[in-house]
Design a protein around this ligand. Structure first.
Ligand code: ADP
Length: 421
C-alpha cells in the first residue's frame, strides 16, 4: 500500500478543507494531527499532515514541514502538496516562501507553482493579484489581520519577498488555453530561471485545466482549490465510496470558541430555533469559577434529547472588552482550554457526534480529545466535512467530529450538520 498524494498543511482547519476537496474528487483521505510517530494504519489514497506552522518562526516551520515530508516519503507518497491559506496568510519572513524553498531543496526540484485560488470560496487570482470576494486581498480586511496583515494583493511581489528563488506568473490567458499551454509556459519560465510561478485561476474549470499540467511535478504548493484537479492524474474519479464513514450514533453537541461573523450568526440561529445553548463568560473563567463543571452539569440532562450548544462566541465589542481586561493571547488560550475541557467532558458523557467551531479552538479540542488521525467523510458545507476518529476521551471508541473554521458554513450549520449522513 502506498500513499499517492502526501500533503502538508500549515494549519488545522485548512488541512480539513484540503482533505475535503480530495475526498470530493474521489480520494480516500486521512488527516493526521502533527507528524505521526509510526506508519499509517488505514489504506488511503492521500494523507494530510496537519501542522500548526502558519505563524511560528520560519526555521520552526521549515523543520516541522521537513519532518512531515520525511514521514510522507516513508509512506511512499508519489507527489507532495504544501497547503496554505486561501488568503496567502504570511509575513515578509514567511512562512510560505521558506517552507516552499526547503521542500524544493529536499525534493531536488527546481520548479513548482503557488496559487491560493479557491473559487468555491470566492478566492480568485488574476494577473497575479488575489481577490477575496469582490475586492483585492489588501481591501478585504486581511490588511488588518493581527498576525499576518496582507497589504499587497500582488502575489508575485509578496512571494518574492519571502524567497531567494525567482518568482514568475502563469497568467490567465495561458491557463485558459489548457494543460499543454501551461506546460509550455512552465518550460519557458524554467528557461528564464524562474523557480516558483504564481498561477491565475478564477474558476474551477481553470483549476481542472491546471491539474493535468501538474502530473509530473514532485511538489505542488497551493490553497485547497488546486486539489480538485489532481486525483484524476492518478486515475481516480469522484465516488461516494471515498467519503464513506461508519454509521453515526450517540449523543450530539456543538462547542464553539469562534467569534467570526458567520459563527455568531450560526449561534444565534441555533438559539432562535429553541435549542438548548449555554454561553461561557471568559471573565468568570478568569475569576476562578469552575465553568467546565457548570457546563457539563447543565448539558447532562439536556443532551439526552438532542444537540446542545456551549459557546464563548461573542461579537467583536464584547471580545475586545475581554481582551482589554485579560490580554488577547491570555483570553484566547484560557477560553480554548475551557472549551476543550468541556468537549472532553461531553465525549466522556457519551457524545459521539461533535461539531467544533473555530480554527484554534479545533486544535485545542482535538488535542484534549486525544485524536491522532481522522478519516474524512461527507461534506456538510464547503470546507467542512464530517470526520471519524478514534478518541482517547471516548475510551478509544469512534467519534464523529466536524471542525468548522470561523467563516465557513451557512447560518443553520449547527443544526444542519446532524442531518448530513
Ligand atoms: P476562528 O476560526 O473564528 O478564527 P478560532 O478558534 O481560531 O476561531 O479563534 C478564536 C479565538 O478567540 C480563540 O483563541 C478563542 O479562545 C478566543 N475567544 C473565544 N471566545 C472569546 C471571547 N468571548 N472573548 C475573548 N476571546 C475569545
Amino acid at each position: 500500500m502506498t500513499v499517492l498524494l502526501g500533503c502538508i498543511a500549515d494549519d488545522f482547519t485548512g488541512a480539513t478543507d484540503l482533505a475535503n476537496n480530495l475526498v470530493r474528487a474521489g480520494m480516500r483521505v486521512v488527516q493526521t494531527i502533527g507528524v505521526p510517530a509510526g506508519p499509517l494504519a488505514a489504506e488511503v489514497d492521500a494523507v494530510v499532515v496537519a501542522l500548526k506552522s502558519r505563524t511560528i518562526a520560519p526555521a520552526d516551520a521549515v523543520a516541522q514541514s521537513l519532518a512531515a515530508l520525511r514521514w510522507l516519503q516513508a509512506e511512499g507518497a508519489r507527489q507532495i502538496y504544501f497547503k496554505y491559506c486561501s488568503t496567502f496568510d504570511s509575513t515578509p519572513e514567511g512562512n510560505i516562501g521558506p517552507v516552499t524553498e526547503a521542500l524544493m531543496d529536499a525534493l531536488a526540484t527546481d520548479f513548482t507553482i503557488a496559487t491560493p485560488a479557491f473559487p468555491d470560496n470566492k478566492r480568485t487570482v488574476f494577473k497575479g493579484y488575489l481577490f477575496a470576494g469582490e475586492v483585492l486581498l489588501n481591501e478585504s480586511g486581511m490588511q488588518n489581520h493581527p498576525l499576518t496583515p496582507m497589504t499587497d494583493a500582488n502575489l508575485v511581489r509578496v512571494l518574492q519577498t519571502q524567497t531567494r528563488r525567482k518568482v514568475g506568473l502563469i497568467d490567465h490567458a495561458v491557463v485558459a488555453r489548457g494543460a499543454q499551454a501551461i506546460e509550455e509556459r512552465i518550460a519557458q519560465l524554467k528557461a528564464e530561471g524562474i523557480g516558483i510561478a504564481i498561477v491565475d485561476a478564477v474558476s474551477n474549470d481553470d483549476l481542472l485545466r491546471l491539474g493535468p499540467a501538474l502530473a509530473q511535478m514532485p511538489l505542488v504548493t497551493a490553497g485547497s482549490g488546486v486539489a480538485i484537479g489532481l486525483p484524476s492524474n492518478f486515475g481516480i474519479a469522484p465516488s461516494s465510496a471515498a467519503s464513506a464513514l461508519p454509521a453515526a450514533s450517540g449523543l450530539q453537541a456543538v462547542v464553539s470558541g469562534s467569534c467570526s461573523l458567520a459563527t455568531n450568526r450560526q449561534a444565534q440561529h441555533f438559539i432562535a430555533s429553541g435549542r438548548p445553548a449555554l454561553a461561557i463568560d471568559p471573565l468568570r473563567i478568569a475569576a476562578g469559577v469552575d465553568v467546565v463543571a457548570e457546563a457539563l452539569a447543565w448539558a447532562a440532562p439536556l443532551v439526552e434529547s438532542g444537540p446542545v450548544l456551549v459557546y464563548s462566541t461573542a461579537e467583536s465589542g464584547a471580545v475586545k472588552s475581554v481582551q482589554g481586561r485579560l490580554g488577547a493571547p491570555e483570553a484566547g488560550a484560557m477560553v480554548e482550554r475551557t472549551i476543550a475541557a468541556i468537549a472532553r467532558g461531553l465525549v466522556a458523557h457519551g457524545v459521539r457526534q461533535l461539531v467544533v467551531a473555530g480554527g484554534e479552538t479545533s486544535g485545542a479540542c482535538v488535542q484534549a480529545l486525544g485524536i491522532a488521525q481522522m478519516q474524512i467523510g461527507p461534506q456538510i458545507d464547503p470546507g467542512v466535512p464530517w470526520c471519524h476518529a478514534s478518541a482517547a476521551a471516548a475510551g478509544g471508541e469512534g467519534l464523529h467530529i466536524a471542525l468548522k473554521s470561523g467563516n465557513f458554513g451557512t447560518d443553520d450549520f449547527f443544526a444542519k450538520a446532524f442531518t448530513v449522513p
